[in-house]
Structures are given as C-alpha cells and as structure tokens.
Design a protein around this ligand. Structure first.
Ligand code: PEP
Ligand code: MG
Length: 581
C-alpha cells in the first residue's frame, strides 16, 4: 500500500531505491501465536538466525586488528558463549514449542526472565553481564528482521539502497563516507543537526525528522526520498514513480550543467569578487573541495578525527598527519582548521578527564567546544602543536569555536603562544604569522563584537549555532525544528551587525554555517555585504550560480528593507523583492 511521510528536507535531490533499515536496538517486536504445523519451521528460523549471528561474530573476530585491545576479543567470546547457552537457546525453543510464541516474542520473553534473575544478583560484575545478553538478543532479533548492526553490515549493502533509521549518530554517519547509498531517512533530527550536515556533505538526498519512518517502512520497501521537500513516498504508484524518475533525470541534467561553472571566476554582475570556500570533516574531503572549485577550506571540523576513537585521543603525530594531508591536498590554498568542537550532538567515545558533559542536563549549553578544550589544556596544546606544525606545509588559519568571553579569548591566545614556544624549544618549524580567528556563534559574541575585533585576525559566523542560541532551539531536536528560523529578525540583525562592524574594523569575516550553502540565502547575505562563504563542496556550484546572477549594489536597498521589517508578512514581502532583483 502506498503512503507518504513528511519530514525536514536536509539534502536536496531525489532518491529512488529500496529501504535498508538500520534497526535501533529495538526490542519492540511482533507478538503472535504460531499454528501447530508451523512450530518446527519457527524453531528452524531461530536456528538460522542464531547461525547468522555466529558467522557475524566470527567475522568480527577475524577482522580484529592485531593491535586491538585484548578485551575486544574477550568480549566477542562472551557473546559467542551466550549465543550458545542453553538458558537462552533451549528455553527460547521451549517457549516456541509449548506456548506457540513466534520466535521474536519467545526470545524477548526469555530475555525478560533472565533479566529478572540478573537484577537479583549481588555481584556487580555479574549483574552487568545482563547488558551482554541484551546485546546478543538484539543481534539475533536484527538477524531475524534481516537487518544487522550498522557497523558490521553496511558493507553488504549496495547503491540502490536508501538508509532508513530511527537516528544516526554523526560518528556513525561518517562511516557512510566510504559506502554508496542513494539517500537517508531518519525519524529524528533537525536541519542543522550534525547528522544532517554530514548527510549533506555526502551530496545525496536526505530527509530527517520523518517521524515513525523506521517503524512504518519495511526492509526492502521501494521508496522515493524527495530531499527538496522532506517527503518520503513508500511503495509509490507507477505514475508517481514515473513522475519522480523524470524529475530525478531533470535534476541530474541541472547538476551536469552546473559543472560548467566550475572554472569560471566567482564574481557578481557588478564585479564584486566573492570567495567560495569548502567545509570539510576529514582530510580526504579536501579532494572534493578542489573538485568543486573552492578557493580554500573555510572550516575543517576536526572533531570528526576524534570520533570513533574508542579508547584514546589521537596523538600529536596522527593529528599532524591529518592536518598536513588536508593542507597539502589544497596545494597552497588556505585551510582554516577549527579546534575541536565536541559536546552537544557530537559526543566523543572517550574524553580524557572528568568532563561530565554526557550527564549534563543541557549538553548544548554545557562543556562544549572551546570550553572543553580550555578544561583539558594538555589535550588542547597537543592539537594546537599539531595544527601549527601543519602550517609549515601551506597556508593555515586557526579557528576557535564557541568563544563568548574576553578571558576565554585571552586564555586561548596564551595557549597558542605556549604551543609555539614548545615547538621553538623542540626546533620544529611552523608559520609564526598563522592567523587566529573566532567563530561568532553565540549571540553574546556578536553583541560584544569589539572584544573579538580587537584580539583576533578574522571571524567566521557559525549560523547553525547562532540560530540555535538566539532562538533557544536545540538544533538536533525535531520537536522544535519548526521554530528553527534563519530568517528570524533577531538572527538577521546579529549577522548583519557582525558583517558591518567587522568590515568597518577591517577584520575579514566569513559565514560557514549552513546558511552559506543555501542558494535561497545567497542574495540576502550578499546584500548584507558578505564576500566570503564556506559550505560543503556539494553545494558550492549552486551558490556560485546565484552569485553570478546577482548585483550587490541593487541588493542593498531590498536587504535593508528586510532588516527594517519585523512582522513576518513584511519580512516575506521584502525577501521576495530580494529574490527578484
Ligand atoms: C555553526 O555553528 O554554524 C558551525 C559552522 O559549526 P557547527 O555546525 O560545527 O556547530
Ligand atoms: Mg557551531
């Protein structure tokens, strides 16, 4: 039966493919009674799933790197033992045979019983083994559903697949960089959640906040994802499929046409030169940056290097290697390396020291970004040395996230001086004139801009967080996604004020939040005086097309009208005039 779901569009384009469900560890299963004649078939289904998980665990064991911690192997062994334990296997089979429960029901019922036993155990270590049993049961349930663990199973998927999941953590999303999928659909998420940002960087259609998608869509359902409108059509009628296939080919044609703009200089009709830079998450993304015609990297989100490091932070050499590789790939073009921005929706697997942010009531308002770095000075110095060392191989700028206070800026600058001193003492080369900049992403920073203009070499406006903090909207929470509004007068005023004051002080300023990569915002930002944009490479040519069609001088008046408007209808009317000039 065909049906349509609505969510938030986060990455443009149309995808048509089969649903590839990544089940959350859902123990939420069907319950039904088996006909007596089908009981042995149900037992066989359980045995087959058990065998499948066996093979999965064996493969995991065989793939363990030689230097993997020994606990990893032990952990897989424990899971294999549980998988064969009579308490789990025989009792589940008994429930199927005696009560005629379907296997999923029998398995979760048996898990319930075992859990109750474990809760009564005094020994803490043994009590915690309950989690291992749950994980094994989840694996068997996923095998029964035909889907398995994200990390283990994406390798089996192919490029006609559309990933459907309850939620995908940014760190897991990074794994898709090496896989080919047609699109993404998640139940949770907001337009500028980091999961959405990574989906966009992959350049494939995606919709998030599509509530209940992972419950309503079944494995292998044929689905269409309209990433322009956030629509997901399940099991489409032939005529709908035909229409979307046509639209898909039209879009591909448009994309091919855009490629022609790659080598033309980026300037407006009135001759204003505009810099279009790239946002990257991993050093190898610099290739896509060059391919798209970017004139530099405006934002290297280094926290992604720190993710998926389960038991340690990357050492200085490893970080240096990554930064140097991005700098070398950019071949003399500037690379703006942002210091680690963890916390909120980008937690790390391991954080040195008692950070406590995972238990913070409001992680987005907690020990995030520079606040965390300043609380971990040794880790921060390691990163600063690694970045400084990369500056000997090209043009590097250092960008600091989430600054708000004068003393935070001063402390950061002190630590940069300290990192330089340490390199001097060790006789290691770096660029002594490396520029230091601040993200303007907290309203307090924009309002107290003179603090920043006096102390720093450049600024970069992070509109994703500036909107989040100005409007008090958690950017990853789809329950309030409808209130996340880049065009709210308060947001526009903070951006316009920052651009104007930085220009007046002669301090270069760019925008690196998602607004910079949205072609619908290009004219507005140009009219406010922005000349440097940074966005994902996949968005660059569309923005460039808008720049080439714009005339900055004639945009100034309608943009001033937008800024003078407060009522939503007035803002909309003024925006229409911006789009028309
Ligand atoms: C921003 O906040 O706009 C930004 C670019 O940083 P991030 O999205 O990584 O928080
Ligand atoms: Mg930010």
């Amino acid at each position: 039966m065909s049906f349509t779901l609505h969510g938030i569009p986060v990455s443009r384009g149309i995808a048509i493919g089969r649903a590839y469900l990544i089940a959350p560890a859902a123990l939420d299963v069907d319950h039904y009674l088996i006909e007596p004649a089908r009981i042995e078939g149900e037992v066989a289904r359980f045995r087959a799933a058990q065998q499948g998980v066996h093979e999965e665990l064996n493969a995991l064991r065989a793939d363990l790197a030689a230097d993997a911690p020994s606990e990893m192997g032990a952990f897989i062994d424990v899971h294999t033992m549980i998988l064969n334990d009579a308490m789990l296997v025989q009792e589940t089979i008994d429930l199927i045979r005696t009560r005629r429960y379907n296997v999923e029901w029998a398995l979760t019922e048996q898990l319930e019983r075992l859990s109750r036993h474990f809760d009564d155990i005094e020994d803490e270590y043994l009590r915690e083994r309950k989690a291992d049993i749950e994980q094994v049961v989840e694996r068997v349930l996923k095998a029964l559903a035909g889907a398995s663990n994200l990390v283990d199973s994406v390798h089996g998927a192919c490029d006609e697949m559309i990933v459907v999941a309850h939620d995908i953590a940014p760190a897991d999303m990074m794994q898709f960089k090496t896989q080919t999928f047609q699109g993404f659909v998640t139940d949770l998420g907001g337009r500028t959640s980091h999961t959405a940002i990574v989906a966009r960087s992959l350049g494939i259609p995606a919709a998030v906040g599509v509530q209940h998608a992972s419950a309503l869509i079944r494995q292998d359902d044929l689905i269409i994802v309209d990433g322009d409108h956030g629509i997901v059509i399940v099991d489409p009628a032939p005529i709908v499929l035909e229409e979307y296939s046509y639209r898909q080919s039209e879009k591909e044609l448009e994309q091919r046409k855009l490629q022609r703009l790659k080598f033309s200089p980026t300037q407006t009709l009135c001759g204003t030169r505009i810099e279009l830079c790239a946002n990257i998450e991993l050093p190898e993304d610099a290739r896509a940056a060059i391919e798209s015609g970017a004139t530099g990297v405006g934002l290297f989100r280094t926290e992604f290097l720190f993710m998926n490091h389960k038991d340690r932070m990357p050492e200085e050499e490893e970080q240096f290697g990554a930064y140097r590789s991005a700098v070398e790939l950019m071949n003399g073009l500037p690379v703006t390396i942002r210091t680690i921005d963890v916390g909120a929706d980008k937690p790390l697997d391991s954080m040195g020291g008692g950070d406590g942010y995972e238990t913070a009531a409001n992680p987005a308002l907690g020990l995030r970004a520079i606040r965390w770095s300043l609380s971990e000075p040794q880790m921060f110095l390691t990163q600063l040395r690694a970045i400084l060392r990369a500056s000997a191989f090209g043009k590097v700028k250092i960008l600091i996230p989430m600054l708000a206070h004068a003393q935070e800026i001063d402390q950061t600058l002190d630590l940069i001086r300290e990192a330089k001193r340490q390199l001097d003492d060790a006789g290691i080369a770096y660029d002594p004139n490396v520029q230091i900049g601040a993200m303007i992403e907290i309203p307090a920073a924009a309002i107290a801009l003179p603090l920043f203009l006096k102390r720093l070499d450049f600024l970069s406006i992070g509109t994703n967080d500036l909107i989040q903090y100005t409007l008090a909207i958690d950017r990853a929470d789809n329950a309030v996604a409808h209130l996340y509004d880049p065009l709210h007068p308060a947001v526009l005023h903070l951006i316009a004020f920052t651009l104007r004051e930085a220009k007046r002080a002669g301090v270069p300023v760019s925008v690196c939040g998602e607004m910079a990569g949205d072609p619908a915002m290009t004219r507005l930002l140009l009219g406010m005086g922005l000349t440097e944009f940074s966005m994902h490479p996949s968005q660059l040519l569309e923005v460039k097309q808008e720049v080439l069609r714009s005339h900055v001088k004639t945009l100034e008046k309608p943009v001033a009208d937008v800024l003078a408007s407060f009522e939503p209808e007035e803002v909309q009317a003024a925006l229409k005039r911006v789009a028309l000039v």
